[in-house]
Ligand binder design. Sequence first.
Ligand code: SF4
Length: 310
Amino acid sequence: MFTYSDTNKRYHTLDYYYKHKFGCKIAKISLNAGFTCPNKDGTKGVGGCIYCSKLGSGDYAGKPNKSLSEQFYEIKNIIDKKWPNAKYIGYFQANTNTYASVNVLKEKYEEILNINGVVGLNIATRSDSISLECLDYLEELNKKTFLNVELGLQTIHEKTNKLINRKETLEEFEKMVKKLRSRGINVIVHIINGLPYETKEMMLETIKYVNKLDIQGIKIHMLHILKNTKLAELYQKEKFHILTKEEYVNIVCDQLELLRKEIVINRITGDPNPNELIEPQWLIKKFGVLNEIDKEMVRRNAYQGDRVGD
Ligand code: SF4
């Protein structure tokens, strides 16, 4: 059996990690703290990354017109009925969640940390948006609670990076990973498979690069084209190739084999809002994709980490 699994999973799932760390059900609650993003407000760029939705890639986060506590309790009250002993992680998901003064950040993060049953925070952000003062604060916070900083990378390829208008360099990303790690803070990296005109080899190169960094977790996304985005316009115009489910499963299984087994797989497919989704429609059946990944790992008799160093 795989070292980091109590079931038939052949990769290091988040469920396994939480179960062994906390010994109980952990539910993550997505929040929208009303931040903006330097790639939208003109500081780094305008218009944002071409795939960014109007909700700042936080489509399942709460509504920013409600307070953070209100957003949190709305979901917590539902989850409590199913898992009365669950503990919670507040997930600051929408937009860039360190893009404000430390006083504002403190107020927002601590509002959630003060809620009974909250054991930690996940904070999604950009590597160009964590000030030195913020790093000091995060280091302090990390001593008091379970903290994960989620950094978008998406691809290591400059040509794609330009095309998707991320306005952030690989160098900035790598420097910030090192800074966070030098302060002992967990780092989770986001990558996207299926970006326009990327080949399978390019996606595997991104994973090989990420694997060499001192990171604790990864989120592997499938690109999804949402309505009213720049990506939707590009797709309409150029009809670039969208990965089929079979291609995606094949690439993800290769990526799992290439990743160190200690890296926790926080996500392995996309979870788009079906009402906003243009392509790929196969992504709507999330559990079908997860099952296909499990089946393919069995067919290969492969486990996460089998091909590290290839
Ligand atoms: S960095 Fe995130 S929030 Fe900012 S434009 Fe890109 S996807 Fe949207």
